[in-house]
Design a protein around this ligand. Structure first.
Ligand SMILES: Cc1ncc(COP(=O)(O)O)c(C=O)c1O
Length: 397
């Protein structure tokens, strides 16, 4: 089938929920993907922070092949080792005591909302259910996560959203303090706003939130769906501030390309879930778990990947800062590790399109922020190639 026919069928048969680029991707290896016309692209989108180990990492492919030949699915009415092994790995490498496995980020957030409410009702025996969440946040598209997402433009047409969410400005502790009331049960926050434009809070923000939560008896729930699994130069972004959260939501990079989500929690909080209180048919699917185990093994054994992220991110930001010195329309460069943003004073879509023409996949979020989330195995030379291409594109503007 020729590319134009595939694109026509895409429009004909798929619901119109994405602003897709006009290419059809058919293959990926490492940091590169290939389209239906055989063109190669250097991938700085990384499946939106999913392909942390690059495309089709051999260790994950082999694990999937092996698992597919043994067992692809059984009901959660039975025990399976891949789930237990993954949960053990996550617990041993985090603050958590227990894991709940699901399929996506939004589902991990739904689990977080339900767990926090049930913990308040069933364990603390208090009628608390409200979450404080941050303006510009993004937590997912299902109703709980959408209601937690403090961006009215995403609620439009879906109202009424769920009650029980109070929005405050990001990176403003005083406003959180004001928003706390006798109904509040938790604060939900991304360590870095991802979809909201790669907004990095001031150092000490998470620590101050931890303190505030302790003072008022609230749970600190972190959405590490985008920042987790090595993206910021630590396995989890909360490690940068040396804090202990109560609950953390994961997805994206966890499965290295296989759909999987996870909610981590301390024993104290996790006890609120009991048989029948929550669940999902596919959560902890053997294939997804096998992929996640292999991906975590690669990240942890080869600690070099995570260690190099901070240094590569700094190198990347330095390159982009040089561009900012040259082009006044670049407002700010920001990020942590390999979650990097460049804010323009105009709509970034034309730059995304120009990069595509030059063989680079990049993303634009919050209208004006070019966002880069390459595989963590990206090289300095590949970063140089993108920065030079952006320079050429900006020059012509
Ligand atoms: C911080 C954050 N939370 C939640 C989600 C939702 O994850 P999913 O798309 O897997 O439902 C995303 C997705 O972009 C995200 O970036």
């Amino acid at each position: 089938m020729i590319t134009s026919d595939i694109l026509a069928d895409s429009q004909k048969y798929l619901m119109n929920t994405y602003n897709r680029q006009p290419i059809v991707l058919v293959k990926g290896r490492g940091t590169r993907v290939y389209d239906s016309d055989g063109r190669e692209y250097l991938d700085f989108v990384g499946g939106v922070a999913v392909n942390n180990l690059g495309h089709c990492p051999s260790r994950v492919v082999v694990a999937l092949q092996k698992q597919a030949q043994r067992l692809m699915h059984v009901s959660n009415h039975f025990h399976i080792e891949p789930q237990i092994n993954l949960a053990r790995m996550l617990v041993n490498n985090s603050f958590a005591d227990k894991a709940f496995l699901c399929n996506t980020g939004t589902e991990a957030i739904e689990a977080a909302i339900k767990l926090a409410r049930r913990y308040s009702r069933e364990v603390l025996k208090q009628d608390r259910y409200e979450f404080i969440t941050m303006r510009g946040s993004f937590h997912g598209r299902t109703f709980g996560a959408l209601s937690a997402t403090a961006q009215e433009k995403l609620h439009k047409g879906f109202e009424p959203i769920l009650p029980g969410f109070r929005y405050v400005p990001f990176n403003d502790i005083a406003q959180v303090e004001i928003a706390v009331n006798e109904r509040t049960c938790a604060v939900l926050v991304e360590p870095i706003l991802g979809e909201g434009g790669v907004v990095v809070p001031t150092r000490g923000y998470l620590k101050a939130l931890r303190k505030l939560c302790d003072k008022h008896g609230l749970l600190l729930v972190l959405d590490e769906i985008q920042t987790g699994m090595g993206r910021t130069g630590r396995l989890f972004a909360y490690e940068h501030e040396g804090i202990t959260p109560d609950v953390v939501a994961l997805a994206k990079g966890l499965g290295a390309g296989m759909p999987i989500g996870c909610l981590l929690a301390t024993d104290k909080v996790a006890q609120a879930f009991t048989p029948g209180s929550h669940g999902t048919t596919f959560g902890g699917n053997p294939l997804a778990c096998a992929a996640a185990i292999a991906a975590m093994e690669a990240l942890l054994e080869d600690n070099i990947i995570i260690q190099s992220v901070e240094e590569l991110g700094k190198y990347f930001v330095d390159g982009l800062e040089d561009l900012r010195g040259k082009y006044p329309f670049i407002k700010q460069v920001r990020g942590k590790g390999l979650l990097v943003g460049l804010e323009l004073d105009f709509d970034g879509r034309e730059i995304v399109a120009a990069c595509l023409r030059e063989g680079f996949l990049i993303n634009c979020t919050a209208d004006t922020v070019l966002r880069f989330m390459p595989p963590l195995i990206i090289t300095r030379e590949e970063i140089d190639a993108l920065v030079n291409t952006l320079d050429d594109i900006f020059k012509k503007r």
